[in-house]
Design a protein around this ligand. Structure first.
Ligand code: UP6
Length: 270
């Protein structure tokens, strides 16, 4: 677990998206990412407007939206500038380099044109990073590798997780900026010696322990203090809260405060 403040880690990154994430976290005092997994793009924008002030990042699954359109991504990008957050399309690419470069740049979604950050499974080998980098790196985009998952029975454990880190390290930090993981998987990397990675953890909830489909939740404190993650990713715990617009806004703010308090406590352990 790194004890360096987010602000002091900005200079350790060359990737523009990594720098922007850390700058926003420091400026808005938030390590919260909200996942807007609703099936209507119009509704997703409403959620974004409510939670935008509390988050460093908005995470999407653009293939869930029934009404996906270029107008949606245009508005999302506009909001990301107005409300100061980074857009993370949680695409979880998992194919050979040539195919993922096409999936990233083309099709209906044209993910690279609007999403600052995306992610990939390391399963196919380093060619997946190369393929995505040909599209994303010239645009200043960032990539996370999935080193672990929050779901029960995940195969991404042990040697798989270790090799994921090694793959990222070999690729360098110009495009790969960190990991989706449940723990501080960047082993012996030391920000104090200039090697910094961003660890982002889904499977975060204050109320539920999990769902009926294998999802497992930990609290922001467990994730930030014990596991040492940098960003907490919350979906249903925020957009799914009962009580209307104000309740969603309040819940996002509650998670922001929890996540930030945990981060400050981690720093204080110096
Ligand atoms: N996600 C996980 N676990 C992982 C990787 N990704 O839950 O290991 C994603 C899901 C979902 C979000 O695809 O978009 O994070 C979690 O949503 P939830 O908070 O509603 O469970």
């Amino acid at each position: 677990t790194t004890l360096l403040p987010y602000a002091e880690r900005i200079k350790l990154h060359s990737n523009p998206t990594a720098r922007r994430i850390l700058e926003i976290m420091d400026r808005k005092k938030t390590n919260l990412a909200v996942s807007v997994d609703v099936t209507s793009a119009a509704e997703a924008l409403e959620v974004v407007k409510r939670v935008g002030a509390s988050v460093c990042m908005v995470k999407t699954h653009c293939d869930i939206f029934e009404d996906f359109s270029p107008a949606f991504t245009e508005e999302l990008v506009r909001l990301s500038k107005e409300l100061d957050f980074v857009i993370f399309e949680d695409r979880k690419f998992a194919d050979i380099g040539n195919t993922v470069s096409l999936q990233y740049s083309s099709g209906v979604h044209k993910i690279a044109s609007w999403s600052d950050l995306t992610n990939a499974h390391p399963v196919p080998g380093p060619g997946i990073i190369k393929g995505l980098a040909t599209v994303g790196q010239p645009l200043g985009r960032g990539l996370l590798l999935l080193a672990e998952m929050s779901s029960a029975g995940s195969l991404a454990v042990g040697g798989y997780t270790e090799q994921t880190f090694d793959m990222a390290r070999k690729a360098g930090r110009d495009f790969v900026i960190g990991f989706i993981a449940q723990n501080r998987v960047d082993k012996d990397a030391s920000p104090e010696k200039g090697e910094d990675w961003l660890i982002m953890s889904p499977g975060v909830g204050l109320a539920a322990k999990g769902d009926s489909l294998g999802q497992q939740y930990r609290t922001p404190r467990e994730v930030v203090i014990e596991a040492g993650a940098d960003v907490i990713i919350v979906g249903r715990g925020i957009y799914g809260v009962q009580g209307g617009e104000q309740a969603v806004k309040d819940e996002a703010e509650r998670y922001r405060v929890e996540g930030w308090k945990a981060y400050e406590e981690r720093l204080a352990r110096k």
